[in-house]
Design a protein around this ligand. Sequence first.
Ligand SMILES: Nc1ncnc2c1ncn2[C@@H]1O[C@H](COP(=O)(O)OP(=O)(O)OP(=O)(O)O)[C@@H](O)[C@H]1O
Length: 291
Amino acid sequence: MTREPLTTSKTESSDDQASPTPGSDGLADRATDADTSTTTDSRTILESRNLDVYYGDDQALQDVSVELPEKQVTAVIGPSGCGKSTFLRCINRMNDLVDAANVEGELLFDGKNVYDDDVDPVALRRKIGMVFQQPNPFPKSIRDNVAYGLKVQGIDDNVDERVERALERAALLEEVEDQLDSSGLDLSGGQQQRLCIARAIATDPEVILMDEPASALDPVATSKIEDLIEELATDYTVVIVTHNMQQAARISDKTAVFLTGGELVEFDDTTKIFENPESQRVEDYITGKFG
Ligand SMILES: Nc1ncnc2c1ncn2[C@@H]1O[C@H](COP(=O)(O)OP(=O)(O)OP(=O)(O)O)[C@@H](O)[C@H]1O
């Protein structure tokens, strides 16, 4: 994958194969020996430092510091209203779209604070894509749905090839290759969600954020999405908010547990969180005593 600056919108069309950009924008190059700070054998790609988020006077996240590993699945779990989505939306600055939201502290992506003044949110969201709870295809063809992400980023070369590659990567191509010009809205819910995943990965991001991506789907479609998420983690870093603890246990490598008040109470290997958490509050939550 390519390193591009976060500080300009993507307008060029053909540099997906370009050389890594040296650190003129203050960003570290990908996977250098120097940046191997880690919580496991994988290097850290995302890090929050003393992150506080307020909506008006109400605090939604409190002093959250955590390092997320590259090319692994991190699940974010916790009771309703504890700040899971808020945390996710900080990572690619979706909270910029909420007038009342105020973010303090740092959110580092490859060592660069995404809240620095010189970071372009559009360039950032090319590298950190997002998939939402409700599949939200546009009332356009399957092809145009996937091509949309490319268009927004100013990528206009090899569009058909990129669309097909993204659909294949999202495990959808086989099911839709004869109907690329049909409406994305005619697909089943699970197919629509995989279409949205294809749209997110068409621009070749490094990180995919998923906010309850399977909660609106039936068990068969959910299972396909879960398989896909595990498969995507070979190439991408995935951060997924889920209410479904079994799902978190099944598909994630790391789990972050937020509890009421927007506090990150524990972050660790998923097996440790589910089998032997450090915190009694986390154990109570996992075992269903509250939440
Ligand atoms: N746009 C907003 N304006 C004001 N308050 C908000 C906004 N979005 C979230 N909040 C508040 O921030 C807190 C955290 O919300 P958030 O949606 O991040 O929690 P969550 O853990 O994802 O919840 P759920 O599991 O119910 O989706 C809640 O008290 C919520 O009411």
